[in-house]
Design a protein around this ligand. Structure first.
Ligand SMILES: Cc1cc2nc3c(=O)[nH]c(=O)nc-3n(C[C@H](O)[C@H](O)[C@H](O)COP(=O)(O)OP(=O)(O)OC[C@H]3O[C@@H](n4cnc5c(N)ncnc54)[C@H](O)[C@@H]3O)c2cc1C
Length: 410
């Protein structure tokens, strides 16, 4: 059975960032990857997707974007190439095509089983992605036959959907981007809107992410927020990677997208929408105002504010049997796949219980989930700080193990 000091599961940007930090401390490790490096970016992104974070924010341990377009936004293919180059430059010990099928605790560490053999290691880092399985609500089963159903992970471009109207469910980053793209392709689009995070692409003449970065909002730490559970479940920002272009609900309405409330159910083939659209928009406007207040306070002067979200009449029902809707896009979020984790660290909802990525099982770590250690933990730019801190903790754990072995030998 091969042995190493740390098994990292997953070769996305988080696994590679961890590998780089471990290598800096000469901690022997291996990165086991089910597909290839940057698998999520190769297999789960639609054709037109660009990062919503500007290129200058594409920073990893020992790497920063140095290309000609710092204010542009990388395509998924460019992200893949960047991560391949990063893995090569770091000489990351990645084994591709290796699927981890179980992780079990054992005397002094873990046994990691894969389709290609079993590893033993005192420490394991779960870098297997927080957003690898699209969440589809149970009501999807009630959609009448003949309507195509897709998730953002399976969607590629408007040409792949049948002609006709589209219902996009969910108005976070993926939902607003796809509603925008489908409306621009000439399709009638209805967007079901629940709680969302409104965000202008630019504010005070700069990309909004510049302000969030410079003012320290993205660096806010997990042990400083009042309601961490809530902070970890905040929807993604309504942003698209296109210079100066905002995709909030006002912009989508102007592009012809019909807004509806949250999809509450499907009964007798009729999609039923909540009457809460005005309320959720008012709440999103309020939260945006608070965020811009924080930025203004940091900048020392007031900026020019976007107007309120305008909600005209919103349908409460949509007959899915009427032929108006040919496809439904379930942009209702993502979750990790941890079905192979045989270590008692999951809560009732199947989420890993952890304190800033440190689990209750000594030597088992997690990286890459929302607000793991800072507000930007789920962004590429969040991996460097999180990986450095987790590596420090992991090294301390190894020292403690070595100390214990020495004491029991003497
Ligand atoms: C649609 C979308 C758009 C995003 N846009 C941005 C953006 O603009 N800017 C930004 O900074 N972030 C963005 N993100 C967030 C973030 O960068 C990604 O979620 C990122 O892919 C997460 O990185 P990761 O390394 O944690 O996980 P992943 O990239 O998902 O990597 C996990 C890896 O683990 C592997 N794996 C999983 N299970 C196993 C197993 N059992 N055995 C072996 N290997 C396994 C997978 O194959 C995968 O390669 C976006 C995310 C999504 C979903």
């Amino acid at each position: 059975m091969p042995k190493t000091t740390t098994v990292i599961i997953g070769a996305g940007h988080c696994g590679l960032a961890m590998s780089r930090c471990l290598a800096t401390r000469s901690i022997d490790h291996v990165v086991l990857e089910h597909g290839e490096v940057a698998n999520s970016w190769r297999t789960q992104r639609w054709d037109s997707l660009r990062l919503l974070t500007p290129n200058w924010m594409t920073r990893l341990p020992g790497y920063a974007y140095r290309g000609p377009d710092p204010d542009g936004y990388l395509t998924a293919r460019q992200v893949t190439a960047m991560l391949e180059d990063y893995a090569a430059a770091s000489a990351a010990p990645v084994l591709t095509g290796v699927t981890v099928t179980s992780v079990q605790a054992t005397e002094g560490g873990y046994v990691v089983r894969t389709g290609q053999g079993t590893w033993r290691a005192p420490t394991v880092v779960l870098a297997c992605g927080a957003a690898t399985v699209p969440e589809v609500p149970a009501v999807a089963r009630l959609v009448p036959g003949g309507i195509t159903q897709v998730t953002p992970a399976g969607y590629r471009n408007p040409g792949e959907l049948p002609g006709g109207g589209v219902l996009v469910v969910g108005a976070s980053a993926s939902g607003v981007q796809l509603a925008d793209e489908l409306a621009r392709s000439g399709r009638p689009v209805t967007l079901a809107v629940g709680e969302h995070v409104r965000m202008p692409r630019t504010y005070r003449g700069r990309d909004i992410l510049w302000w969030l970065d410079a003012s320290g909002v993205l660096d806010q730490r997990w042990d400083e927020v009042d309601d961490l559970v809530r902070a970890r479940n905040v929807p993604s920002m309504q942003l698209v990677g296109s210079p100066g272009r905002t995709v909030d609900l006002n912009a989508l309405s102007a592009a012809g997208v019909r807004l509806a409330g949250r999809l509450a159910g499907i009964s007798g083939g009729v999609a039923q929408f909540s009457g809460s659209l005005r309320g959720v928009c008012a709440l999103a406007d309020l939260k945006l105002r608070r965020l811009l207040n924080t930025i203004d306070a940091w900048a020392g002067t007031a900026g020019e504010r976007p107007g309120p979200t305008i909600v005209r009449s919103a349908p409460l029902g949509l007959d899915l049997r009427s032929g108006q809707i040919a496809a439904i896009v379930w942009a209702t979020g993502y979750r990790p796949d941890l079905s192979w984790l045989d270590v008692p660290v999951l809560d009732r909802k199947g989420r890993i219980i952890h304190d800033g990525g440190v689990t209750a099982c000594p030597g088992l770590y997690l990286i890459g989930t929302p607000f793991l250690r800072r507000r930007k933990s789920s962004l590429i730019d969040g991996a460097a700080g999180d990986a450095a801190e987790l590596t420090r903790h992991l090294a301390g754990h190894l020292d403690a193990l070595a100390g214990r072995r020495e004491r029991s030998a003497s």
